[in-house]
Design a protein around this ligand. Structure first.
Ligand SMILES: C[S@@+](CC[C@H](N)C(=O)[O-])C[C@H]1O[C@@H](n2cnc3c(N)ncnc32)[C@H](O)[C@@H]1O
Length: 192
């Protein structure tokens, strides 16, 4: 864990690969006509695939999520992990349904407990390992409900170890004479 704390790459700027965006959009049951908010747009990986009515926030464009107070049908994002608690807390005030891509270590019992106390429950959860990302990820769909659901949909998708952008193998290839992608999760272009 200390290597995670000391790593040089900010885990607040890790952009979602298009294939994962497609999986998220499909998994969360987003439908055309839903008033959807991407609260941490980044480079637009998720936002650009959504249909109107849609809106976004992005701190680097001067649009801070914590200043956004309109109600929406769905909040859909890969959030900035260093402020995930505040992101979750604010999301509870804006919608009845949200879908987050979240690192497996970030989905803690304490966070789930706080979520439940705010009336939200995980109704669907998908486990995957995004090639080159350091930890496994969950896509969670959370809904505001009167009580805990009796069934939760669980899915797992194995994506292999090929880069989702250039399709070359990535990671764990040191010392081997195989062309592989060295793209880091915060980079926007593949490197060989
Ligand atoms: C993990 S990146 C994900 C970007 C995008 N959602 C995606 O899936 O590719 C998180 C983004 O949140 C932005 N961010 C951080 N704090 C924010 C805030 N308070 N309001 C809006 N955006 C914020 C960062 O600048 C970064 O672009």
């Amino acid at each position: 864990m200390s290597s995670i704390k000391n790593r040089k790459i900010s885990n607040d700027k890790i952009y979602t690969p298009p294939k994962i965006v497609d999986i998220m959009i499909d998994f969360c049951g987003y439908k055309e006509g839903d008033n959807v908010l991407e609260p941490a747009k980044g480079l637009g990986a998720i936002y650009d695939k959504l249909k109107s009515p849609k809106d976004y926030c992005e701190i680097e464009e001067g649009k801070d999520y914590f200043d956004y107070h309109k109600k929406v049908d769905l909040v859909l994002t890969n959030p900035p992990y260093s402020i995930i608690d505040n992101f979750l807390k604010h999301t509870y005030t804006l919608c009845n349904k949200f879908c987050f891509l979240i690192g497996c270590y970030s989905l803690t019992p304490k966070r789930i407990d706080i979520m439940n106390k705010n009336g939200f429950y995980i109704t669907k959860i998908l486990l995957t390992q995004i090639p080159s990302w350091f930890q496994r990820s969950y896509i969670i769909v959370c809904e505001k409900l009167e009580k805990e659901p009796s069934n939760i949909i669980f899915k797992s998708i194995h994506l292999g170890n090929k880069c989702l952008f250039c399709n070359l193998p990535c990671g764990g290839m040191k010392g081997k004479n195989i062309k592989h992608c060295k793209r880091k999760s915060n980079e926007t272009e593949c490197r060989y």
